[in-house]
Design a protein around this ligand. Structure first.
Ligand SMILES: [Cu+2]
Length: 340
């Protein structure tokens, strides 16, 4: 295969990639939905614009040099030596000053964005969300609202939010492409990400710094809600110590006993039942759409498969598989399904 034969293929895939960039793909950084993300996108386009100008200048110069100023010897000019140039002040000024000027033009907005993104004082109405990265899931704690959830934070639209990023173990990176980021999450240090989402919807995020075996399975879904939806969500997440299953079916009641009699509670919290803190809070598990770091749909089948063999579904998962009988397992799944 000659290299030239690849060119149409490469061009076609570039076009496809570009076209894909035009739709509303959930992790498309070119479709920003927050102030921070749109600043970053505008900086991106600005840089691409300047780079295109440079590219065009270079192409035009190459064509001119090849076609017009070529020093190829022909019969006519055989005797004349090519013009020798030792220095050319204007040229040198041009190729030093030009790029420096372009660098300055992109550096200024970059510095401005950096300062806007990290103000000295956050607005009084900003929502504070503490984020704890764990191998391999995200914990979200809302200190002003008493909410604690995993992998699926909700945010009210058009209200500034400050994510305070901490990690319980190694370095991770917090990234929700359409809302902004990335920001490294570093042990013994708090990084902040400040943004205001401006469109309701569901946004995908993920860890963007290799953090071990299941790094690729450390995802999240961010729900940007209307104010009413958000308040309803908060009310649901802080609702009374959740109906312990006893008011539901006999299976759910049996499932609660399985949960209480197993080591689950050493790692997991269910309000009023257990207080473990090293694993996702299960008090309102049924209100989430996914489990296991946003990698599995939250259905009874997946829940059962997960509890039976976490390791099979998520390599390295820091949850043991406990030998439960099929009946215990299905009771447990019925119980977890009541935790709205
Ligand atoms: Cu990671």
């Amino acid at each position: 295969l000659k290299p030239s034969a690849c060119i149409p293929g490469v061009a076609a895939s570039a076009l496809v990639a570009f076209a894909a960039g035009c739709n509303n793909a959930p992790m498309n950084t070119l479709v920003p939905e927050s102030d921070l993300a749109s600043w970053i996108t505008s900086l991106y386009w600005e840089t691409v614009g300047w780079l295109s100008v440079i590219l065009i200048i270079v192409i035009v110069l190459i064509i001119l040099v090849l076609a017009k100023y070529s020093t190829r010897r022909t019969a006519d000019n055989l005797r004349e030596p090519p013009v020798h140039l030792d220095e050319h002040l204007m040229l040198e000024l041009g190729w030093t000053g030009g790029p420096a000027f372009i660098l300055l033009l992109t550096a200024i907005p970059a510095v401005v964005i950096t300062f806007r993104e990290l103000p000295d004082k956050y607005p009084a109405d900003a929502l504070r969300v503490e984020v704890y990265a764990h191998q391999w899931w995200w914990e979200f704690h809302y200190p002003s609202l008493g909410v604690n959830t995993a992998n699926e934070p909700h945010l009210p639209v058009n209200r500034p939010v400050v994510f305070e990023l901490r990690t319980d173990d190694v370095i991770h990176s917090f990234w929700i492409p359409r809302l902004g980021g990335k920001s490294d999450v570093i042990p013994n240090h708090v990084n902040r990400l400040f943004l205001t989402p401006f469109k309701t919807g569901e946004y995908y995020g993920e860890c963007a710094e290799f953090c071990g075996l299941s790094h690729a399975n450390m995802r999240m879904r961010v729900f940007v809600d209307t104010k009413t939806q958000f308040d309803r969500w908060v009310a649901g997440q802080t609702g009374a110590a959740h109906e312990t299953g006893l008011t539901h079916t006999a299976e759910a009641a049996a499932g609660l006993r399985v949960y209480a009699g197993s080591p689950c509670g050493a790692c997991h919290t269910i309000t009023g039942v257990s207080t473990g803190t090293t694993a996702p809070n299960l008090s309102h598990l049924a209100s989430r759409t996914t489990i296991a770091g946003g990698t599995l749909p939250n259905t009874p089948e997946e829940l059962a498969a997960w509890i039976e063999h976490p390791e099979l579904l998520k390599p390295g998962a820091k949850m043991p598989s406990l030998a439960l009988s099929p009946v215990q397992l299905s009771d447990l799944v019925s119980y977890l399904g009541t935790l709205h």
